[in-house]
Design a protein. Structure first.
Length: 176
């Protein structure tokens, strides 16, 4: 993966979802979470609009929702799978890569370089309920706004724990 590449992640709230998002950000890629309940067409629309080159998903979601789309996603070069079905052998799913194998082979040494405030980081899409979904590109500097919001609007303190139960890719907001 190269800096600026678009990585889409579709999975339930499993550790690999968060590991993939953080890993993509560490490599300066643009990460876009996809709602795990999306069907094939919303997935296709967002990966196409976002020019996705990498997808991280589970073996069951891939087989149910994405495998038949591959020929219609020319920019999608790599699909990394998390095996969520003990009866499935990942090596039997063509044109995919076992994420656990890659993680086991990866070096534990990695230096994260600096980012600029305006470097793109996340790509979220609107729900698409009023037409084609629109992508909202968030930059690394947006973290400052999140921090200020947490402090001033949500009254967070250093020892508070915040838990959001929403799916990271639900797209339940609109751009105005």
């Amino acid at each position: 993966m190269r800096s600026g590449e678009r990585i889409f992640v579709q999975a339930g709230r499993i550790p690999e979802l968060y590991i993939s998002v953080l890993g993509g950000l560490k490599k300066w890629c643009v990460v876009s979470p996809l709602f795990s309940a999306f069907g094939p067409e919303p997935i296709h629309t967002r990966i196409t609009l976002g020019v996705g080159s990498v997808l991280v998903t589970t073996s069951s979601l891939y087989q149910k929702k994405i495998a038949d789309l591959r020929s219609r996603l020319p920019h999608l070069r790599h699909v990394l799978l998390v095996n969520d079905d003990p009866n499935t052998e990942l090596s039997s799913i063509p044109d995919t890569i076992d994420l656990a194998r890659l993680m086991n082979e990866a070096s534990t040494e990695f230096v994260i370089g600096p980012t600029a405030v305006n470097d793109p980081a996340l790509l979220h899409f609107t729900s698409g309920t009023t037409g084609k979904p629109k992508g909202a590109l968030h930059v690394y500097g947006a973290v400052i706004a999140h921090h200020v919001t947490g402090k001033l609007a949500l009254d967070f303190y250093d020892d508070d724990v915040f838990w959001c139960t929403a799916d990271p890719g639900s797209g339940g907001y609109r751009l105005v």
